[in-house]
Design a protein around this ligand. Structure first.
Ligand SMILES: [Zn+2]
Length: 380
């Protein structure tokens, strides 16, 4: 039976926790990573109803997108929604693992799933993260070059877009004089200056993957002291970013596009701004709170941008200098634009762990409701 750690390892290779936003709190929130599991419940939010459901179906793990413990907890008592739920999880021996802005940031993550749900194809990141790439340079004696090169690649160095193991090697000469206390791979302690045929290897590494790559370098490199340099790189990465952008198979008139968004996301209502007579073909999306990226979506040539948590004044950002809307912005709701995350996680894990049951919660975990006036009753 796999442990919780076994389950979360591939998730973290796909959506590295280090790529989460600084304010975020991702990873195991409650529980013992070494515990065996055969059943997990997946929910956008961990709520008391979700915990009850986990108990009912015998799940040992809840995987949530939104972290329950977000701000610092000074105590774990029955007082307070978060604290009480954390206490109940611990008392019930049900672990909670959260995969939040790291899953937003990864290609194939939340926004890509939303884009697919809306029928987009040719999906790319809306915008790559700035200044998150580093260049690692190291120097290896000829006879162990292949060992070190492959160890770096296996640890994830040299990923550029759809290419893995990208590196450059050049020949040169390394010089060193072992001190009296040294344990040199070549030469002797306190011996003469050595000159060795070495190869310089250089490869790009994501900032959040540096520690893993350096650890692989130290394990594979034969020298007692490994010489390496790490340089920050300017520009954007293709490995992580925000939102997604793609194209509809055929252009839709605005009312038809709005109807598609509403029905595919099961949104009670949409708040939107834009030209009702426009045609939509290129679409940008950002699951959850994406109001800061309206201009980015415009810059990407989108006819429409689907996200949530847009304020009144942010709707003005779609207007051109003369006040005409240049793009539609559609606020379809935070829960509605992210609910697909449950299925995304379920599919990803079920494929890798056929002996573990992964279930989506039957609860709609959003506390928000839409009142349309047509309701027979307000109870759910
Ligand atoms: Zn969210």
């Amino acid at each position: 039976m796999p442990t919780i750690r076994d389950i979360t390892q591939p998730l973290e290779a796909w959506a590295p926790p280090g790529s989460a936003q600084d304010y975020d709190n991702v990873g195991l929130q409650v529980g013992d990573a070494g515990r065996d599991i055969d059943r997990a419940l997946i929910a956008l939010d961990c709520t008391p109803q979700v915990l009850d459901e986990a108990l009912e179906i015998g799940a040992q793990l809840i995987i949530s997108h939104h972290p329950l413990i977000f701000r610092r907890l000074s105590s774990v008592t029955a007082d307070g929604f978060v604290s009480n739920l954390a206490l109940r999880l611990a008392e019930s021996k049900i672990a909670l693992y959260s995969i939040h802005t790291n899953l937003d940031a990864t290609p194939g993550g939340v926004s890509f799933a939303l884009a697919e749900q809306l029928g987009l194809t040719g999906i790319d990141l809306l915008d790559g993260f700035d200044e998150s790439m580093l260049k690692l340079v190291t120097f290896v004696p000829d006879d162990t070059f292949e060992d070190v090169r492959s160890a770096l690649a296996e640890a994830g160095a040299g990923r550029i877009g759809d290419y893995d193991a990208c590196a450059f090697a050049s020949d040169g000469t390394g010089y060193f004089q072992p001190g009296d206390a040294a344990d040199p791979h070549i030469g002797t302690a306190g011996g003469d200056l050595q000159s060795v045929a070495e190869r310089r290897i250089e490869a790009q590494v994501e900032r959040w993957n540096l520690r893993r790559v350096l650890s692989a370098l130290h394990d594979a490199h034969p020298y007692e002291e490994v010489a390496y340099d790490v340089y920050p790189l300017q520009g954007k990465t293709l490995q992580a970013g925000l939102g997604a952008v793609g194209t509809l198979d055929h252009p839709l008139a605005m009312p038809d596009f709005l109807a598609r968004v509403q029905s595919r996301l099961d949104a009670g209502s949409l708040r939107w701004a834009g030209d009702p007579d426009a045609t939509v073909e290129r679409v940008a999306v950002c699951g959850g709170a994406g109001s800061d990226f309206i201009r980015t979506a415009r810059g990407a040539g989108a006819d429409a941008y689907v996200t949530s948590d847009i304020t009144y004044h942010q709707f003005f950002d779609v207007l051109d200098n003369d006040g005409t809307p240049k793009m539609a912005v559609i606020d379809a709701g935070h829960y509605e634009t992210e609910a697909i995350t449950e299925q995304l996680l379920r599919d990803y894990l079920a494929e890798r762990f056929p002996d573990v049951s992964f279930e989506r919660t039957r609860h709609r975990t959003s506390p928000m409701r839409t009142f349309t006036g047509a309701e027979q009753s307000l109870s759910t």
